[in-house]
Structure formats: C-alpha cells, structure tokens
Design a protein around this ligand. Sequence first.
Ligand SMILES: Nc1ncnc2c1ncn2[C@@H]1O[C@H](COP(=O)(O)OP(=O)(O)OP(=O)(O)O)[C@@H](O)[C@H]1O
Ligand SMILES: O=C(O)C1=C[C@@H](O)[C@@H](O)[C@H](O)C1
Ligand SMILES: [Mg+2]
Length: 175
Amino acid sequence: MINCRCIVLVGMPGSGKTTVGRELAKRLGLRFADSDHEIEARTGVKIPTIFEIEGEDGFRKRETQTLDELTTESDLVLATGGGAVINPLNRTLLSERCAVVYLNVPPHILWERTRHDRSRPLLQVPDPKGRLQQLYTARDPLYREVAHIIVEGGRGTPHAMVRMVEKELQVLCAH
Ligand SMILES: Nc1ncnc2c1ncn2[C@@H]1O[C@H](COP(=O)(O)OP(=O)(O)OP(=O)(O)O)[C@@H](O)[C@H]1O
Ligand SMILES: O=C(O)C1=C[C@@H](O)[C@@H](O)[C@H](O)C1
Ligand SMILES: [Mg+2]
C-alpha cells in the first residue's frame, strides 16, 4: 500500500523538483519541504560549504538523516537532492514510506537549465556538461527503481509538469 500523504520528487539537478514540488504542494494543500533547503537551514551554511568542510560523504550522511526524518511526516510534498537515490538505504525509505515521482529530463535540457548556476558542487568541474551526462547515465536506473510514477519533464512549462504529476497521482492513489 503506497502512502499518498507523503509525495516525494526525485530527479537530476535541474529537473524541476523544487519548482514543481512547491506548486504541487500548494495545489494539493500540503506542506512543501526541500531536503537541500532543510540541510542548509539546519547547518546554517550553503551546500557548497558543507562539501568543502565535510566532503561529499559528510553531506550524504546529513542527507540520509534529513530524508529519514522528513519521510515519517504526513501531508507533505518533498523535493529531494539530485543524489538522494545513490544510497540504497535512502531508496528503501523513500519508496516504502512515500509515493515517489521521477521527473525525467534529458541531459541537454538539464545543461541549459543549470549552466549559469554555481550552487551545485558536483558540477563545478572543467566539463560540467559531460559530468551531467555521466551522472544521468548512472542515476537514471536508480530513479526508475524508486519511482512509482515517471513523468517526462523535458518539454512543457513547470505548470504543465504539475498537472501531469497530479493526474498520475490520482490514478496511483485511487485505491
Ligand atoms: N518545466 C520546466 N520548464 C522550464 N524550466 C524549468 C522547468 N522546471 C524547472 N525549470 C527551471 O529549471 C531550473 C532548475 O529547476 P529546479 O531548481 O526546480 O530543479 P531541481 O530539480 O530542484 O534542481 P536541484 O536538484 O539542483 O535542486 C530553474 O531555473 C527552474 O525555473
Ligand atoms: O546531484 C547531486 O548529487 C546533488 C544535487 C543537489 O540537489 C544537492 O543535493 C547537492 O549539491 C548534490
Ligand atoms: Mg532543488
């Protein structure tokens, strides 16, 4: 039985989790949370600073802790970080506790959306476009593994994405 009172969005950096999640929550009358924002609020620093001080491993530990706490809540739409599915423990807790939606956006569109943004430490490399492609190839199967719903998010406005997600949720959560 899928818990439709907790809705989780997963997908690559730039796939629209925060944008779509915020509007979806408003339309469904649910609270919105974003695990990246929650980690920043708890630590009092931005994610690149956490990566600098604690490395990716330190960030991932904080991420698991935060996801574990947030997914026990009800009446929530939760936007996750792009790498939330890497850890098998995170995958289990997301898919067992919540209805999981994968926003699938092709890498060339992700690149257009994120190319001027410096807030993603994993993309601060000499070839960020190649890195996005690499991350997409590695993670796409993991997003699919956890998802109850997959929405193709490359075309259409954020609002259109929200409507698609709502429609799919109505079917998934009808029983
Ligand atoms: N459907 C869409 N069409 C066009 N632009 C979009 C769409 N969805 C999101 N965007 C834009 O793409 C950028 C990234 O979106 P957003 O921050 O919501 O992604 P994210 O999945 O939360 O990324 P991250 O994992 O880095 O937090 C934003 O500038 C947003 O306005
Ligand atoms: O793709 C990733 O691994 C990340 C995406 C962001 O949402 C943040 O969670 C962090 O920058 C790591
Ligand atoms: Mg986001």
